[in-house]
Design a protein around this ligand. Structure first.
Ligand code: GLN
Ligand code: ZN
Length: 756
């Protein structure tokens, strides 16, 4: 039995790639230095997989930003506006990833979307009518050869043609059908080239195969792959799926001449039954995804060995695989020296997952798996009780009744009351919460964490920052202010650290988009609030201005979705526990004179099941109530805002409205304003602030640009319901660009307001 890894994280255990890239973009290091750091990381990651005994190691899983963007560039899917900049390859790549504003032009970045049900983001490839698809790059070939040079035979991984076409955006009149021939030629070319290089295997990632597929999709899959696979030659092709099961195309793909098929047995609830009822072809290898690529708990060997043994009845050749790329978990538990062994022994990050694959291979190769040493050790761990349960919390959750989820009076009444009490101008301007996390802000937190400054020094610094931030917002003329979130490293980690029941890590970074990484907390036990978490700073900020300052909280669903969840209680129970804790905070803010409270649910769409039939039963039926529970008992005049990153909620508009917030702000600048039409059509009641400019890029939007956006929005949205704000928090931006952008934003709002 062999082992395989779908992909390995690339940013580096200490986020080296992030820092090198940022240094390069700030002109502090050369292109050559950046590339050599990238090479060093690739080599390190290949080596660790080799040392841990992995048989199938991927190449081309490295990326300076995103693998889908890499695939687009490989296929020459580069929009003209970037080509027109006449930059060299790497800078053109960064222009697509981050936008470009400089002597050669001014172009926004490509749109960014969440990668299936993860917190990783991909850049949306744009196929224009003039686009010609062919192999225009050498990255996968170069990296394969490079690994070979280090004595490592890899399986190059490339996003497959179907997933690529499904995720790309066609900006002109052409559609998928106009490009299938070119795509077939390009992917055949990839196979030919790897044949020529002598590659044994190549892996096509097709996560889109686990989505709901229609007949046309199936036809497209057939059309693409029968032709592409005829170019296979000696290189074997692994079709790799993940994030679910392939129920809609299983019978097709198992008939195709793939040499290996990768199925997910963690999130793919139906994978086993598909094999059992439809059989698995004898001439293919099953790459069985049994080591969870998304969560950080140790693998339960008794379950896994049982599953593989059962699978053995139907499949002759099995390779032990991760369930998806390890990109979604941190590097290694070894760097977590602040957590005691009591905790770490239950954890497995990327490197430990390699060890698990190897141990499972050893166990499964022995005559009596259950008596293998590794197996027994693992069972000892799983038989220990480890969760710190709090009986009263379970009792409160089970005692919740319908009324706890309903806010009174209804929205329309509240809207009237709030308009009268708050007395805000038309098109109120606001921001999403955070202000630039400048060096001094980060240093202040770091110094405090290291014990180099006292709590008093630490808070005094934050208060100074808050005072500056409030003064700045007053000067800019914003209507609803924020305190700036200088005390927060991350919107989830901050609360994770204050709430009981979480573990937090030192180096457990996971890539979110581009160079941005997040460090998700781990939900270890039952969650509750120990004491107020945000009240002091909020009250202080409010004391400095006559304008309203929003209280700023993270919602329960986002806290859950951006943490590594428990697997021993349901997500629903966990969400309700967190909701009760945040609810305490909401009520405390209100009692302390905060009139507007924002409860961010940046990640609510993220864990929406990939298949529509599961949306309500498995998710929305508890996620929306969890949010309602948080604010159901505030006074009618207290205005509840929520914020969502990404506006892709067209198909759950009703559910978003059902969160029963008073105002919702969301990303809209990078995607077009399609969502606005959908909102109005659906009779969306909640007031809305679709972001008027993109905060993921340092570009400064002009006044007229923002005016245009507002006018467009006003064609659809009644003026009484429209708020004016950026797409998201400003923490990743520079100070100067932030001030300029917000000045332009308030100027635009003032101008439009006058014309109304
Ligand atoms: N209030 C948070 C901030 O402004 C929201 C961040 C987010 O939506 N990701 O940073
Ligand atoms: Zn956001």
């Amino acid at each position: 039995m062999k082992t395989s890894v779908i992909g390995y994280p690339r940013v580096g255990a200490f986020r080296e790639l992030k820092f090198a890239t940022e240094e390069y973009l700030n002109n502090n290091i050369t292109k050559k230095e950046l590339k050599s750091e990238a090479l060093r990381l690739r080599r390190t990651h290949w080596n660790v997989q080799k040392e841990k005994g992995i048989d199938f190691i991927s190449s081309n899983d490295f990326s300076f930003c995103d693998n889908l963007l890499d695939t687009a560039v490989l296929l020459n899917v580069v929009p003209n506006r970037y080509k027109a900049l006449k930059l060299d390859a790497l800078d053109e790549y960064f222009a697509m990833a981050r936008g470009y504003q400089g002597e050669k032009g001014d172009v926004k970045a490509l749109a960014m979307k969440k990668w299936f049900n993860t917190n990783y983001h991909y850049m949306v490839p744009e196929i224009e009518d003039e686009t010609r698809i062919f192999i225009a790059g050498t990255k996968p070939f170069d990296e394969y050869v490079e690994a070979n040079g280090f004595g490592i035979e890899t399986k190059p991984v490339i996003i497959g043609p179907f997933t690529f076409l499904k995720l790309a955006r066609f900006t002109g009149r052409k559609t998928v059908n106009d490009y299938t021939d070119d795509i077939v030629r390009a992917y055949s070319d990839i196979l030919n080239r790897f044949n020529a290089l002598g590659a044994e295997w190549i892996q096509f990632d097709e996560p889109y195969f686990v989505m709901d597929l229609c007949e046309e999709d199936i036809m497209l899959i057939n059309k693409l792959y029968y032709q592409i696979l005829s170019a296979k030659g000696n290189t074997k092709v692994l079709l790799q799926t993940y994030f679910g099961d392939t129920r809609d195309c299983y019978s097709e793909i198992t008939k195709m001449p793939f040499d290996g098929v990768g199925l997910d047995f963690i999130e793919g609830k139906g994978s086993f039954d598909l094999i059992k009822s439809l059989s698995f072809p004898e001439d293919k290898i099953l790459f069985a995804g049994i080591v969870n690529g998304k969560n950080i708990w140790r693998n339960n060997y008794s379950y896994t060995v049982g599953l593989i043994t059962k699978l053995g009845k139907y499949c002759k050749n099995i390779v032990l695989n991760t369930s998806c790329s390890l990109l979604h978990v941190p590097y290694t538990v070894k760097n977590e020296n602040a957590l005691s062994y009591e905790y770490t022994k239950h954890l497995a990050f990327a490197e430990e997952k390699l060890e698990e694959l190897f141990e499972l291979k050893t166990i499964l190769s022995s005559n009596e798996p259950a008596s293998a040493l590794e197996y027994r050790e693992n069972q000892k761990l799983f038989n220990e009780s480890r969760i710190n349960e709090k009986k009263n919390i379970h009792a409160t959750v089970s005692a919740l009744s319908k009324d706890d989820f309903i806010r009174h009076p209804n929205f329309e009444e509240r809207e009237k009351i709030q308009k009268a009490v708050l007395d805000l101008p038309l098109l109120p301007t606001t921001t999403i919460g955070s202000f630039p996390q400048t060096k001094d802000v980060k240093e202040n937190r770091a110094d405090y964490k290291r014990g180099e400054i006292t709590f008093k020094e630490y808070t005094e610094f934050n208060r100074r920052k808050i005072a500056e931030c409030i003064a700045m917002q007053d000067r800019i003329g914003l209507d609803v202010l924020v305190h700036g979130e200088f005390e927060r490293n991350d919107m989830v980690e901050y609360f994770g650290e204050k709430l009981d029941g979480f573990l937090f890590t030192q180096k457990a970074w996971v890539q979110s988009y581009g160079t941005r990484c997040v460090k998700p907390p781990i939900i270890w036990g039952d969650v509750c609030r120990v004491k107020p978490m945000t009240v002091d700073y909020a009250v202080y900020a409010q004391s400095l201005t006559k304008k309203y300052v929003k209280g700023m909280l993270t919602g329960p669903v986002t806290i859950l979705n951006w943490s590594f969840p428990r697997e021993d209680i349901s997500l629903k129970d966990c969400a309700f526990q967190i909701a009760l804790a945040i609810r305490d905070e909401v009520l405390d803010l209100e009692a302390n004179g905060i009139k507007i409270i924002q409860i961010d649910e940046a990640a609510i769409r993220e864990k929406l099941p990939l298949r529509r039939s599961d949306w309500h039963s498995e998710y929305l039926d508890w996620a929306i109530p969890a949010f309602r529970l948080v604010h159901s008992s505030v006074k009618p005049e207290t205005q509840i805002h929520t914020h969502m990153c990404y506006s892709e909620f067209e198909d759950i508009i009703k559910d978003i409205d059902d969160m029963d917030a008073d105002v919702i702000t969301f990303e809209a600048a990078r995607s077009d304003l399609g969502i606005v039409d959908a909102l109005m059509e659906a009779g969306f009641k909640t007031e809305v602030g679709p972001g008027v400019y993109d905060i993921h890029s340092p570009r400064i939007p002009s006044v007229s640009e923002i005016e245009d956006v507002l006018l467009k929005m006003l064609e659809k949205i009644p003026k009484e319901k429209l708020w004016v704000n950026p797409d998201c928090g400003l923490k990743t931006r520079g100070e100067e660009e932030t001030v300029c952008s917000l000045e332009n934003l308030t100027a635009a709002a003032r101008n439009i307001r006058r014309s109304l």
